[in-house]
Design a protein around this ligand. Structure first.
Ligand code: FAD
Length: 392
């Protein structure tokens, strides 16, 4: 007699000897957490409503820049520096598991000023970095000696030698393949409606409720839904805790590499790719979940790029896209448990989620294993109040 086929969600959770984890969201955050958990013996299923990795994690420029991105000391800078230190080993392990290249490049970054006033302002704000030698104060000529293509207009720059960059789409592909090889089940086109609580007191999450009305049980539920996290029903997030912040990006093909480092101008940045292309980002817009590349956005990015590196005027404009950074009002990610059994949230990484993926994966693993996290999680606590931060 023919047996009824076992539905995929029952198959995925079929090994009773293993603790099960269901992850909502197949971006870099969900997939890298899944990889870490599977390597430690958890039975992991990632549920992705659309295509894995196709949202912010593919739209990102790929700056791994704790120094260039942070203009004040504090817990976020420490988190970023920890994650940056994890990168070389993480990339080595991904390469060992997949043989794939991720274009990881430790080429540093430059924060370039175009006027004496701008340079003075950068020197003041960056003093905590230059005084501790994580940043280096350069004159315009010194900066041009390092970046020959840099504009004659540049009056000076702060150089951060420890920053790096990577190609996010290649990184995601390697992470996804490594996760699947480690036993993770990734399901595309499976939307999660909300959390499934064990009782009406909502003190314990027992899995998820899917869009088709069915349920998937798990010992742990990890919410890694990026900008869509507030739409997961049952999650007790403060209103406005995570908001989509649109960023438009263009890609230029200069046909040969003009520089090897990340460059920041007044309101744009540029990230070189190994094939000679240059990614130019990014606008910051609060327009809900509306994807669009606008004339004004492209104009601003092109003007900023040509001002920094004038020879890019001859480059081809080969691509453009937009997507959403999961913004939080205090710009810190939301990572923790809400004090609810069986629940872990790993979201709100705003403009540094590529950089923060390795440390977030480690934190998720430590929470699932009941071990102390690698750092104090209080500044990233999901129940913190955002009152007084810049709400959008
Ligand atoms: C233009 C731009 C440039 C950026 N540049 C950089 C950079 O240079 N460096 C850096 O470190 N960071 C950068 N970032 C930020 C970084 O991309 C994000 O912080 C990071 O990708 C967030 O990863 P994520 O997995 O949380 O989100 P996402 O990649 O958006 O993934 C979330 C996934 O969850 C899925 N999902 C949502 N809700 C559900 C549901 N209910 N059920 C099932 N699936 C669901 C979505 O479909 C999506 O695939 C940039 C972002 C943008 C937009």
């Amino acid at each position: 007699m023919d047996r009824e086929p076992i539905p995929w969600h029952k198959r995925a959770m079929a090994d009773p000897a293993k603790k099960s984890v269901v992850i909502i969201g197949g971006g870099l955050m969900g997939t890298s957490a899944a990889l870490g958990l599977a390597e430690r013996g958890f039975s992991v299923t990632v549920l992705e409503k659309a295509l894995p990795g196709a949202e912010a994690s593919s739209a990102a420029a790929g700056i791994l820049g704790p120094e260039i991105e942070n203009v004040r000391p504090g817990p976020l800078l420490e988190l970023c520096r920890m994650s940056r230190r994890l990168y070389p080993e993480w990339i080595r392990r991904l390469h060992k598991a997949t043989s794939l290249d991720t274009d990881f490049h430790e080429g540093g970054s430059f924060d370039v000023a175009f006027s004496e006033a701008e340079l003075k302002d950068k020197r003041t704000r960056r003093a905590f970095q230059t005084e501790t030698r994580s940043g280096e104060d350069l004159s315009g000529d010194e900066a041009r000696q390092r970046i020959a293509a840099l504009s004659e207009e540049a009056k000076g720059a702060i150089h951060f030698p420890d920053d790096a960059h990577i190609a996010p789409r290649k990184l995601f592909r390697a992470t996804r393949i490594a996760a699947e090889r480690a036993g993770v089940t990734i399901r595309s086109g499976v939307g999660v409606r909300g959390l499934d609580f064990a009782s009406s007191e909502q003190k314990k999450v027992s899995g998820v409720l899917l869009d088709d009305g069915s349920k998937l049980r798990a010992d742990w539920t990890v919410v890694a839904a990026g900008s869509w996290t507030p739409l997961v029903s049952g999650l007790p997030l403060e209103r406005g805790a995570i908001v989509p912040a649109r960023g438009q990006v263009i890609e230029l093909d200069g046909h040969f590499p003009r520089f090897q480092s990340v460059l920041f101008g007044s309101d744009i940045y540029m990230v070189p790719r190994s094939d000679g292309r240059v990614v130019v980002g990014s606008t910051l817009e609060f327009v809900g979940y509306q994807k669009a590349v606008t004339a004004q956005g492209v104009h601003r990015l092109l003007s900023g790029a040509m001002r920094l590196v004038p020879s890019l005027a001859q480059a081809e404009l080969v691509d453009s896209w937009s997507n959403f950074r999961p913004y939080t009002p205090d710009e810190r990610p939301i990572v923790g448990t809400f004090g609810i059994e069986g629940l872990i949230v790993a979201s709100g990484h705003y403009r540094m989620g590529i950089l923060l993926a390795p440390i977030t994966a480690q934190i998720v693993l430590s929470l699932a294993e009941g071990r102390p996290a690698p750092l104090d999680l209080a500044p990233f606590e999901p129940r913190r109040s955002f009152a007084g931060s810049a709400a959008r």
